[in-house]
Design a protein around this ligand. Structure first.
Ligand code: ATP
Ligand code: MG
Length: 336
């Protein structure tokens, strides 16, 4: 990746307290993120994929500075977000915006669209006058393929796909550098998913916006992303250019995901959701988190957690046996 990184996560961890508070000692913690290192190149669509509970939304909340990491640093456009004084962080917020999963729940049914779309402008320091606000709202609505006049309408007058466009317009109104989309198309019909993905791509092409695109659906990542990070139980297990990773995965878990999603050219068929391991598995330290499901597992994997390591330019895998995959080992056989 020669393009400079807009967003960089360095060794980010997030622990959540779980279970009852004991009379003596400390509450157990669940490590939702563990040693995350990521570089998101400016102007890219960067996909994050992983099964339910792998830590994707936790990552999104930390990137949006809605939650603090337990350890590590988040560098956004040169600033360490969690070292900024509160006023400086507040001023930075206009540069990163989020699009949520549910286009129904995320729009206030009683507010006109114009008011909803203008809502993030409260982080912009200079109070904008009515006409300036209306012009920005109109511009944002037009940039997602709606009309400026739609500002006067209410959410129930729009389809699911149009509502997600409205949610994207709201994210764009502060002219952010980064948009974080957490499962932004998962609730939409297949054809509408394709339209919203095309819209994100065209926004990137027209305005150079960087998109952190989070989903459990590998096919969606394959359609939209330039780069991908594959997460498993709070860790990044593989990262690289999306096409290269899908053509020749360097981690057994990525292979498993691809095997579970046979028709990558079709959007919308979610990963077969394998049941997540109980949280206690994430509490324990030790070896590789993928050990129990891995056909390549060895004694070393039980003893030592593999670090994410570079294997080819721009590509990294957290597997002790990744060389077996880079050398073109045939498809692995996973226990059913
Ligand atoms: N506030 C919290 N308190 C305690 N545990 C939490 C909290 N938020 C998340 N977790 C736990 O952290 C882990 C990661 O959760 P997260 O929501 O980030 O996963 P996800 O990959 O987004 O899953 P999904 O695909 O279902 O949205 C899960 O085990 C979850 O139960
Ligand atoms: Mg989530």
């Amino acid at each position: 990746m020669s393009t400079p990184a807009l967003l960089e996560l360095c060794n980010v961890a997030r622990d959540y307290p779980v279970g009852p508070t004991p009379l003596f000692g400390r509450r157990a913690t669940l490590r939702a993120l563990d040693g995350i290192d990521l570089k998101v190149p400016a102007g890219s669509i960067f996909g994050v994929v992983g099964e339910s509970g792998s830590g994707k939304s936790t990552l999104a909340r930390i990137v949006m500075a809605l939650d603090r990491p337990t350890a590590g640093n988040v560098l956004f456009d040169g600033d360490d977000l969690f070292l900024l004084p509160p006023a400086a962080l507040a001023a930075r917020r206009r540069d990163f915006q989020m699009v949520f999963q549910d286009p129904y729940g995320s729009l206030d049914p009683r507010s006109r669209i114009g008011r909803t779309v203008a809502e993030p402008l409260h982080v912009v320091p200079d109070a904008l006058r009515g006409a300036e606000r209306a012009a920005l709202v109109g511009e944002a609505l037009e940039s997602v393929g709606l009309k400026a006049a739609d500002a006067a309408r209410f959410p129930h007058e729009f389809s699911g796909g149009q509502r997600q466009r409205i949610a994207i317009a709201r994210a764009l109104i502060t002219r952010p550098k980064l948009v974080v989309a957490d499962e932004a198309v998962s609730a939409l019909d297949l054809s509408v998913q394709a339209q919203v993905l095309n819209l994100l791509r065209s926004l990137r092409d027209r305005h150079g916006i960087t998109v952190l695109f989070i989903t459990h659906n590998l096919a969606v990542i394959d359609c939209v992303a330039d780069h991908v990070a594959v997460m498993y139980r709070g860790r990044v297990v593989e990262t690289g250019p999306a096409q290269a990773v899908f053509a020749r995965p360097f981690h057994p878990y990525t292979q498993l995901l691809i095997a579970a999603e046979p028709s990558l050219e079709r959007i919308g068929r979610g990963l077969r959701r394998t049941p997540s391991a109980p949280p206690s598995a994430q509490i324990e330290g030790g070896g590789c988190a993928f050990l129990a499901r891995c056909p390549l597992a060895s004694g070393r994997c039980a003893a030592e957690a593999p670090a994410l390591r570079a294997l080819e330019p721009g590509r990294a895998s957290a597997c002790h046996h990744a060389e077996a995959l880079t050398e073109g080992a045939s498809s692995l056989h996973f226990p059913t």
